[in-house]
Design a protein around this ligand. Structure first.
Ligand code: COA
Ligand code: AMP
Length: 629
């Protein structure tokens, strides 16, 4: 192996050779002879003549190599007081059995299956069972409300939905089945069948199209892996864009498997028999890639943890898990560490556990603030590695490649581009900016394997959202800079996407909900800085003319109603707790709401009034509300 610089250079100078070499880490039923199909840019396709099965690669091949007894997945759930370890052989058998259930329900190659589940092993089993059949899963995060689930059902048009009777949030049991039933009621598309995992904490009432997970599995005969084209979709993962309609990020099979298999030893420094603990949720890309697929593809052990870092039962659970299972690399979002720091500022819980096996802490999903970086580094005394990526990219764009060599850390930078990522900083006219200056972060096309080939059923939006701002470049939606040492700094989104506790949300989607209230004339939602969650949304509404807001209790009732509407229609995860009723919103002369200006004033980072403002007095009136004076 070489240095980071050598490896990165070889990925640029011999792109095809580099990725065909990386493809050797995967077992193919038909090995690819061509790395990249470039005939229809920007719709690039990796390994166009290769065929494989991702579930076979994640499970069967390790069993066939004699490693069936090795731990594949450890389920650790302090909220239900459960611990369960699946060996590779056991997980393969469970996945094959559930694939048999899906097959008997009519699921075949290319059919969609929506998975709406809490953090239980059956969520991973359902994902891998789809992959086994060549079906396309679409996991929807459990914190989204019925309406959001319905939108995804209508877009993905699944044959089957897999769900559970409930999820557990701290001490609260959240029933999923009523949400699922409501979503199916709202959706135009009706799935043929729902498979429901009954959990002991709540029994779901079963309807005519509902099938009980346990009985179905008991009756099923196992299904074998089905080889599919490398370019076939493995999953759709919806993510927030600037409007309320989520984007269905498509992931292919071959490129993704190759990229993930490359990233495990080279970025996360985790190999066969070693353990990674990714504290996220299978509903997010981090969960797809580094709880489920990547660790299993390389024969490592993955921890699937159900619970929060703090709360039930205490703030020691992450440390317990790391010590109990000999975790080598831990991966989570900075917000989880901010929660730990708040609860246990001196790290007393961490001192109770033997963390000698822990080599690295990886953080991503939002900006890593220097204070959290410092706290985690001092507490653990190991490299704390910030890295930057997105749902669209499937694996890290920029990281400190710990498995190759540890580059010196500069706090505030996720470090340098990984192989295949040709990252540039452009100004508004598409010109490169000098080192150290801010601009739009873009990636020169083609993107490497693992990145999304398109949006589900929406090539047009793929082009308009990502590929048309600067010809030949992917627009990441993040702004930032590259310094003279080649370190990338990611400063934040340049669009209306916000990051709340590491969860990507659309302010546009929340605005659509607020605007639907009959008393609201117009509104704005902005993401403001929050010490714990990084950002939280704040809403501002202007009432329709003629609404009498002076009636006793009217304003309080309206605010509560608007907060409840967002919670019920987007989901609890939106975390919109504050809505202010205001006289007007600042706009440009062409009528565009000045959200960025509002954000700058609310955060106290930028008080400047843009020259394009239509009526500065509106902003003057709003300023104390924004500053909460
Ligand atoms: N099902 C139902 N409700 C859910 C949910 C789920 N899967 N996930 C979250 N929610 C609810 C929460 O219970 C909370 O409800 P509340 O307003 O009634 O308290 C709300 O959605 C907001 O959730 P969250 O933003 O996660 O806040 P929290 O206070 O519950 O937890 C953290 C905060 C920081 C501890 C938690 O977000 C965390 O551990 N995050 C880091 C890991 C991570 O998930 N990263 C994402 C990608 S890497
Ligand atoms: P998601 O698609 O949910 O993974 O969110 C992706 C977005 O999260 C990115 O576009 C960034 O805005 C933000 N993000 C992720 N990782 C980082 C990081 N290490 N530093 C700064 N922002 C990040």
């Amino acid at each position: 192996m070489g240095s980071y610089e050598e490896i990165f250079r070889s990925s640029v100078e011999d792109r095809e050779g580099f990725w065909l070499g990386a493809a050797d880490a995967v077992d193919w039923t038909t090995p690819p002879t061509t790395a990249l199909d470039e005939t229809n840019p920007p719709f690039y396709r990796w390994f166009p003549d290769g065929e494989l099965n991702v579930s076979y690669n994640a499970l069967d091949r390790h069993v066939e190599a004699g490693n069936g007894d090795r731990a594949a997945l450890i389920y650790d759930s302090p909220v239900t007081d459960t611990k369960r370890t699946y060996s590779y052989a056991q997980l393969r058998d469970e996945v094959a059995a559930f694939a048999g259930v899906l097959r008997d329900l009519g699921v075949g190659v290319g059919d969609r299956v929506v998975i709406y589940m809490p953090m239980v092993p059956e969520a991973a089993i359902a994902m891998l069972a789809c992959a086994r059949l060549g079906a396309v899963h679409s996991v929807v995060f459990g914190g989204f409300a019925a309406k959001e689930l319905a939108v995804r059902i209508d877009d993905a048009t699944p044959t089957v939905i897999v769900s559970a009777s409930c999820g557990i949030e701290g001490k609260r049991v959240i029933e999923y089945k009523p949400l699922l039933d409501e979503a199916i009621g709202l959706a135009t598309h009706k799935p043929d069948t729902q498979v429901i995992l009954q959990r002991p904490q709540a029994q779901a009432a079963m309807g005519g199209n509902d099938v009980d997970w346990a009985s179905a599995v008991a009756d099923a005969s196992p299904a074998d892996p089905v080889a599919v084209k490398a370019t076939d979709p493995l999953y759709i993962l919806y993510t927030s864009g600037t409007t309320g309609k989520p984007k269905g990020v498509v992931r292919d099979c071959g490129g993704y498997a190759v990229a993930l298999a490359w990233s495990m030893p080279n970025v996360y420094d985790v190999g066969p028999g070693q353990t990674i603990f990714t504290a996220s949720d299978v509903g997010w890309v981090v969960g797809h890639s580094y709880i489920v697929y990547a660790p299993l593809l390389v024969g490592a052990t993955t921890v699937l943890y159900e619970g929060k870092p703090v709360g039930t039962p205490d703030a020691g659970q992450f440390w317990r898990v790391m010590s109990e299972y000999g975790v080598r690399s831990m991966f989570t979002a900075p917000t989880a560490f901010r929660a730990l720091k708040k609860e246990d500022p001196h790290g007393e819980y961490a001192k109770r556990y033997d963390l000698s096996g822990l080599e690295y802490l990886f953080l991503a999903g939002e900006r890593l603030d220097p204070e959290t970086y410092r706290w985690a580094s001092e507490l653990l005394g190991i490299p704390v590695i910030d890295h930057w990526w997105q749902t669209e990219t499937g694996w890290p764009i920029v990281a400190d490649p710990a498995g190759i060599e540890l580059l010196p850390i500069k706090p505030g930078s996720p470090t340098k581009p990984l192989p295949g990522w040709d990252i540039r900083i452009l100004d508004g006219d598409g010109r490169p900016v000098p080192p150290g200056e801010d601009g739009a972060i873009v990636a020169k096309l083609p993107l490497p394997p693992g990145a999304f080939p398109t949006l589900w059923n929406d090539d047009e939006r793929f082009l308009s959202s990502y590929m048309s701002a600067f010809e030949g470049y992917y627009l990441t939606g993040d702004g930032g800079r590259i310094d003279s040492d080649g370190y990338v700094f990611v400063m934040g989104r340049t669009d209306d996407v916000i990051n709340v506790a590491g969860h990507r949300l659309s302010t546009g989607g929340m605005e659509e909900v607020l605007a639907s209230h009959p008393d609201v004339a117009e509104c704005a939602v902005i993401g403001v800085a929050d010490a714990m969650k990084g950002q939280v949304p704040r809403g501002f509404v202007v009432l329709k003319a003629g609404i009498d807001a002076s009636a006793e209790g009217y304003e309080d009732a309206l605010r509560a109603e608007l907060v409840a509407m967002v919670r019920n229609q987007v989901g609890a995860v939106a975390s919109l707790k504050e809505v202010a009723i205001v006289g007007g919103l600042p706009k440009t002369r062409s009528g565009k709401i000045l959200r960025k200006t509002m954000r700058g004033i609310a955060d106290g980072t930028d008080e400047a009034v843009p020259s394009t403002i239509d009526d500065a007095s509106v902003l003057d009136t709003l300023r104390p509300v924004l500053r909460k004076e």
